[in-house]
Design a protein around this ligand. Structure first.
Ligand code: URP
Ligand code: ZN
Ligand code: ZN
Length: 460
C-alpha cells in the first residue's frame, strides 16, 4: 500500500518545509516538492501540518495500584492515544515485591500482546533491589527494556532506600541503560499526610498540601547526586514544581546527564482544582498539582530545554467506584489521572498556538526527543526510512475536551469544557490509517512491541 500525503507542511524538530510525503508499506519512502508518483491513495494536506506521531513515554495501562487497577486496558488506552495523535507509548511493567523482573515483564507482555492498537515499549519498575535482580537488569537491557524506574515515594509499596537506588544506578551505569526516578520524599510526606488525617483534614485537597514541593526538590537533588556518583544518566519523571526544576537545571548547568519530563496536568491544572470537596479526588496524583504560579516556570523549562519531554503519566481511575475508595480519607484515593488522549493537542494549544514556542519545539517535545532519549530509533521524525507514524495536523481546529466525547475508558476528564486549538485530522501508524476524523480504522493487536536501543547512545 502506497499513500501520498500532498500539499502539506512537514514540521520536524529541526525545520518546517512545504513538501509531499510518500509512504510505502510501513515506512516513509520519499519526501519532495510536488511528487509525481503513483499511489494507492492520496491525502490532501493543504493548509495542514505533517508531523511525526506523538510518543508518550509514561503510561500505566491496567496498573494495579491503590487497591484497584488503572482502568484503561492496552486496547482502550492505545486506541484513545491514537485518537489524540500519539502513535507510540512506553508503559511501566512492574516487578512484584519479592518476585523477579522477568515475572513482571512477562505479565506486561501478556497484557499488551494482541491488544495494543499502536506500537509500545516497556520500562521496568524495580521495587525490590536484590543481587539476582541486578543481574536480571542486564538481560532486560539486551531485550530492549533499557530504562528502570525507582521510587523515593510510596513507602511500603514502591519506595527504595538510597542504598538500593544507588546499587541499581551502578548496575545501570555498567549495562548502558538509564534510571528514571519518581522523586518525592515519601517518608516525610507520610508524616505530614498522617498528621493532616488525624487532625480531621481528610478532603482530597490535603493530598496536595501534604506533599510539599520542597519534598520534591529534596528528593530530586538527592537522586541526581546519587546518579552523579554512580555516573549514570538520570531522568526525573513527572516533575511538577519550580523547586524540583531548579535542581535539574543546576545539574544540567554543571554538565551532568540529568533529564526531566513534566506532564500536561502540571502545565494546565493547579492545587485550586483540588479544593472543591470530594470532587478534588479527580485531580489526586503524585506529585500533586501545585499552586498556579509554578506553571509558567515549567513552560519556561520546556522552552529552555531544562525539561526535554512532556509525557502524561496516564493512570486513569473512574471517579465513581475507584476514586471514591478514598471518601473520608484522602490517603486511600488511588493516585493518578487520565490524559493519554489529550497530550499532543494540549501541548499544541499551550505551546505554538499560545506563542510560547515554535511548532518545531512542540514536535521535539512530544515526539523527537522521546524517540531519541528512549532509543526508539525508527520513530520521532518525518524522514525517509523511518516508520510512517504520521499526523496530518490541523493547527486551527477547535474542539472542546469532554468525557462525553473522549475515548479513554474513564468517567471524567480533568479538562472538562476546555476549548483548545489544534487536532489530528488523520493518524497513520506504520503506514496504516488508524484514525480518519472521528472514525476509528485501527485494530486491536495492530501495535507491535518495540525493542528499544540503549538510551545513552541517543542522548545529546
Ligand atoms: O499519581 C500517579 N503519578 N500515579 C501513577 C504512579 C506513578 O507514580 O507514576
Ligand atoms: Zn511516579
Ligand atoms: Zn507514573
Amino acid at each position: 500500500m502506497r499513500t501520498l500525503i500532498k500539499n502539506g507542511t512537514v514540521v520536524n524538530a529541526d525545520a518546517s518545509t512545504r513538501a509531499d510525503v510518500l509512504v510505502d508499506g510501513e515506512k516513509i519512502a520519499t519526501i519532495g516538492i510536488d511528487l509525481d508518483v503513483a499511489a494507492d491513495r492520496t491525502i490532501d494536506a493543504a493548509g495542514k501540518w505533517v508531523v511525526p506521531g506523538g510518543i508518550d513515554v509514561h503510561t500505566h495501562m491496567e496498573l494495579p495500584f491503590g487497591g484497584t487497577f488503572a482502568k484503561d486496558t492496552f486496547e482502550t488506552g492505545t486506541r484513545a492515544a491514537a485518537f489524540g495523535g500519539t502513535t507510540t507509548i512506553i508503559d511501566f511493567a512492574v516487578q512484584p515485591r519479592g518476585g523477579s523482573l522477568r515475572e513482571g515483564l512477562d505479565a506486561w507482555h501478556e497484557k499488551a500482546d494482541g491488544n495494543a492498537c499502536i506500537d509500545y515499549g516497556f520500562h521496568m519498575i524495580v521495587s525490590d533491589v536484590r543481587d539476582d535482580v541486578l543481574t536480571e537488569m542486564d538481560a532486560l537491557v539486551d531485550e530492549g527494556i533499557t530504562t528502570f524506574k525507582l521510587f523515593t515515594a510510596y513507602p511500603g509499596v514502591f519506595l527504595s532506600d538510597d542504598g538500593a537506588i544507588f546499587r541499581a544506578m551502578q548496575q545501570t551505569a555498567k549495562n548502558g541503560g538509564m534510571i528514571l526516578m519518581h522523586a518525592e520524599n515519601g517518608m516525610a510526606i507520610d508524616v505530614v499526610a498522617n498528621q493532616n488525617a488525624e487532625a480531621g483534614n481528610t478532603d482530597p485537597y490535603y493530598h496536595g498540601v501534604s506533599r510539599s514541593p520542597v519534598f520534591e526538590a529534596d528528593a530530586t537533588s538527592r537522586v541526581i547526586r546519587l546518579a552523579e556518583v554512580a555516573e549514570v544518566p538520570v531522568y526525573i519523571v513527572h516533575l511538577s514544581s519550580r523547586n524540583a526544576l531548579n535542581e535539574v537545571r543546576r545539574a544540567r548547568d554543571e554538565g551532568q546527564p540529568a533529564f526531566a519530563e513534566t506532564c500536561p496536568q502540571y502545565l494546565f491544572l493547579s492545587l485550586d482544582d483540588m479544593k472543591n470537596g470530594f470532587e478534588g479526588a479527580k485531580f489526586v496524583c503524585s506529585p500533586p498539582l501545585r499552586p498556579a504560579d509554578h506553571q509558567e516556570d515549567l513552560w519556561d523549562g520546556l522552552v529552555r530545554d531544562d525539561l526535554q519531554v512532556v509525557s502524561t503519566d496516564h493512570c486513569p481511575f473512574d471517579f465513581h467506584g475507584q476514586k471514591e475508595l478514598g471518601r473520608g480519607d484522602f490517603r486511600k484515593i488511588p493516585n493518578g489521572l487520565p490524559g493519554v488522549e489529550d497530550r499532543v493537542d494540549l501541548l499544541h494549544h499551550g505551546g505554538p498556538a499560545a506563542g510560547r514556542m515554535s511548532p518545531n519545539r512542540w514536535v521535539e517535545i512530544v515526539s523527537t526527543a522521546p524517540a531519541r532519549m528512549f532509543g526508539l530509533t525508527q520513530k520521532g521524525a518525518i524522514a525517509p526510512g523511518l516508520d510512517a507514524d504520521i499526523l496530518v495536523y490541523d493547527p486551527n481546529r477547535k474542539r472542546t475536551i469532554s468525557a462525553r466525547t473522549h475515548h479513554m475508558d474513564v468517567d471524567y476528564s480533568c479538562y472538562e469544557g476546555m476549548e483548545i486549538t489544534g487536532g489530528s485530522d488523520v493518524v497513520l501508524s506504520r503506514g496504516r490509517i488508524v484514525v480518519d476524523g472521528e472514525e476509528w480504522l485501527g485494530e486491536k493487536g495492530g501495535g507491535r512491541f518495540i525493542k528499544r536501543a540503549r538510551s545513552r547512545e541517543y542522548l545529546k
